[in-house]
Design a protein around this ligand. Structure first.
Ligand SMILES: [Zn+2]
Length: 277
């Protein structure tokens, strides 16, 4: 078993003690890398100051960087061609097919595909992201019949609980509540994560403190983001939690926020992200 890089484990004796038989490092039935309880202070610090580099952050290698940049640009071109609304539902296979069939996107190279697969199959615990993996099949599709487009938002919601909860919130808080991101396929999650990974110069830990890696986003299972209409990108900052809309949302009592200020997943506080599943 490869030794995992983790701050505070530079002492080889400690590293030996925390070998696979240590129950605190028990990976359980899922085989996932679990956070060590000793790390909680550092984890909270990272959640608080999420958009910076830490000593034990996980980076792509310099040879992977050109593939990251070209793959990210290719996915952006695909999104432009498909349209932002429909791109939210695009499966991995459809993404590859569009890339192959349209010269303005261009087929993914072998190195790019290897990187995309690595990003999907890596255990995100490597980066310090401890959320659950919700998609295990890279080619999973979201059936059209399961979703509904929310007028005026450019986003979709899964029928059933997600749609009911959003409708209920809008009824109780008012029309100033906007859907800012709904159901997202693996293709859309790639677009967001790759773009963030380019921004962080290949620092996947920093990227995953803001965005779930492909396969780990509950947007694929019904979670959605809401904001205050007209508040723009401020909706994805702490400032949303200072709005009247947020206060009323919390007062409702039936709304859960997935990534709280003290969440165990290594993710920044996201007051806008509604937990459904
Ligand atoms: Zn979200």
């Amino acid at each position: 078993m490869a030794l995992r890089r983790r701050s505070g484990e530079t002492d080889p004796v400690i590293a030996t003690v925390r070998s696979p038989i240590d129950p605190l490092r028990d990976e359980g039935a899922t085989g996932r890398i679990a956070p060590h309880p000793d790390d909680s202070d550092q984890r909270l610090q990272k959640i608080k100051e999420f958009d910076r580099t830490y000593d034990d952050d996980y980076f792509l290698t310099p040879t992977q960087m050109p593939s990251l940049e070209s793959a990210a640009a290719r996915v952006e071109r695909a999104q432009e061609l498909v349209g932002h609304g429909n791109f939210n539902l695009l499966s991995f296979d459809s993404l590859l097919r569009f890339a192959e069939n349209y010269t303005e996107i261009g087929a993914f190279t072998k190195a790019e595909l290897e990187l995309l697969e690595e990003l999907f199959y890596n255990d995100a615990g490597l980066y310090g992201f401890f959320g659950e993996k919700v998609i295990t099949d890279l080619t999973e599709r979201i059936p059209d019949r399961d979703v509904i487009k929310i007028a005026g938002s450019g986003h979709y919601l899964l029928k059933g609980e997600s749609l009911e909860r959003f409708t209920q919130i809008r009824r109780d808080v008012g029309k100033s509540i906007a859907l800012t991101s709904g159901v997202r396929s693996i293709g859309k999650q790639y677009q967001l994560f790759l773009s963030k990974a380019v921004e962080t110069a290949g620092n996947l830990s920093q990227a995953s403190r803001s965005l779930a890696p492909p396969g780990y986003s509950f947007h694929a299972r019904g979670d959605f983001d809401i904001g205050k209409a007209g508040f723009g990108l401020e909706n994805f900052t702490e400032r949303f939690s200072e709005t009247e809309e947020f206060r009323r949302l919390i007062d409702l009592g039936y709304v859960s926020i997935r990534y709280t200020e003290t969440n165990p997943f290594g993710v920044r506080h996201e007051p806008w992200h509604i937990k459904i599943v």
